[in-house]
Design a protein around this ligand. Structure first.
Ligand code: GLA
Length: 412
């Protein structure tokens, strides 16, 4: 079996590729190249739209965007990944539902920066990326974040220089994704891509928008974080994601709290007991009591698991986080119902071959899983997952080992 590894380009290669794509499309030199990373979330899944905590790291895999400022407000976009071609339009034309496909993530950022009061005008951009697409590793947030720091510099907005400014850039990216691309995701991915730091996990508190940088050095403990892209198709993702979000919102409203973050874990049973009748969901349909209880139980226990994970990290006991990862996966599979057979098979095979813990990461319904693995067992765990997929007749998965890399930045 040939193992499929997802190679991360170094910055020079990424910048060269994006520059070449720019020259080929526009016959001119870009003003610069900016890039931003994909992410994996260590723990704290489906908590970011519930006022909760999450703990992502940035991947060494980045999306590179060569950009040039242009006169007027014309936008011209090209991507080495998209055979369907680029997009040409004007900033004045950008609005909800008016930009198709991947271009919405790019033009949407310019639109939301302008909505935020920044003076933004026309630009040309060419994109190339080694962030796996559709793998739940935030390729869309990487694209938005790279464009955000590019526009920030091209138009002298000055937000990328400090964390409060980057928080505003992240908000602009989230708004682009929610309103222009039409995906109602939370803010974890953009926040990680813009505000994390190399060698650290990012503790993001979505209740107040604050972040903490926690040293994350697995190699010092003889450990590695293996990421498995299951390649499972996840067509259901959008509707199911929106459904989970609506269910949480309905439960919080019924419990009389702003978000599920406000449900005290010590009083969880009382809260669950109060979810004793179906609730209507925004967007249509309703949720039964058993479903409401399961979703709330996941969110409340998951936030508590993030706190326990952080305590272990801070007391230099990262080798002990495995059971929390396992519990997170079980909760996402059984209570939140966002896993899938390929993710469950990955987690099971990884643990069976010696992983200390494993869980799905990201939104679910396909995408990727992570496993915490002693360095000398990475090959064995990889083989076990491949074998498990082959036995089940699944397409071969892809692998990468994730070190905590750095956030969005200018490359050249
Ligand atoms: C997707 C979304 C994030 C977050 C995760 C689940 O990745 O983009 O905002 O909600 O799912 O934790």
């Amino acid at each position: 079996m040939t193992t499929h590894r997802v190679r991360a380009w170094d910055v020079a290669e990424g910048a060269r590729r994006a520059t070449e794509a720019f020259r080929a499309e526009f016959g001119a030199e870009p003003d610069g190249v900016w890039s931003a990373p994909g992410r994996v979330n260590l723990i704290g899944e489906h908590t970011d739209y519930n006022g909760g905590l999450c703990l992502p790291i940035d991947l060494p895999h980045r999306t590179y965007v060569a950009m040039a400022r242009t006169a007027g407000d014309a936008i011209a976009l090209a991507s080495a990944q998209e055979s369907s071609g680029g997009w040409r339009g004007a900033l004045a034309d950008v609005g909800p539902g008016r930009v198709p496909g991947w271009a919405a993530y790019v033009a949407g950022v310019a639109w939301s920066l302008a909505q935020d009061g920044a003076t933004v005008g026309g630009f040309a951009a060419a994109v190339d990326s080694c962030v796996p697409y559709g793998a739940g590793l935030s390729s869309s947030a990487a694209l938005e974040s790279a464009v955000a720091v590019g526009l920030d510099e091209l138009y002298g907005i000055g937000l990328a220089d400090d964390d409060p400014g980057r928080a505003r850039l992240a908000q602009a990216c989230i708004r682009a994704e929610n309103e222009i691309a039409g995906a109602m995701t939370g803010g974890m991915d953009q926040t990680s891509s813009l505000r994390a730091s190399a060698g650290h996990a990012l503790l993001y508190d979505t209740r107040d928008g604050s972040v903490r940088h926690l040293p994350f050095d697995l190699a010092a403990h003889g450990l590695a974080l293996l990421v498995v892209d299951t390649k499972a198709p996840h067509q259901l993702a959008d509707g199911q994601y929106a459904n989970r979000r609506a269910t949480c919102d309905a439960a919080a409203a019924h419990l009389g709290v702003a978000t599920l973050r406000e449900v005290d874990p010590a009083a969880l049973d009382d809260a669950l007991a109060r979810l004793d009748a179906p609730l209507p969901l925004s967007g249509g349909g309703s949720a039964e009591p058993a479903v409401l209880r399961a979703r709330v139980r996941h969110v409340v226990t998951e936030i508590a698991r993030v706190e326990q994970f952080v305590e272990l990290l801070q007391s230099d006991r990262v080798a002990e986080v495995g059971p929390l990862m396992d519990a997170s996966h079980a909760s996402l599979r059984d209570d939140y119902e966002v896993s899938c057979p390929e993710l469950d098979a990955t987690v099971e095979a990884a643990r069976g071959a010696g992983a200390l813990g494993a869980r799905m990461t990201g939104g679910g319904f396909g995408g990727s899983a992570i496993a915490l693995v002693p360095v000398d067992l990475v090959a064995a765990v990889t083989t076990a997952v491949e074998q498990s997929f082959a036995d089940r007749g699944y397409a071969p998965p892809a692998f990468l080992v994730a070190d905590a890399a750095g956030p969005a930045a200018r490359d050249i």
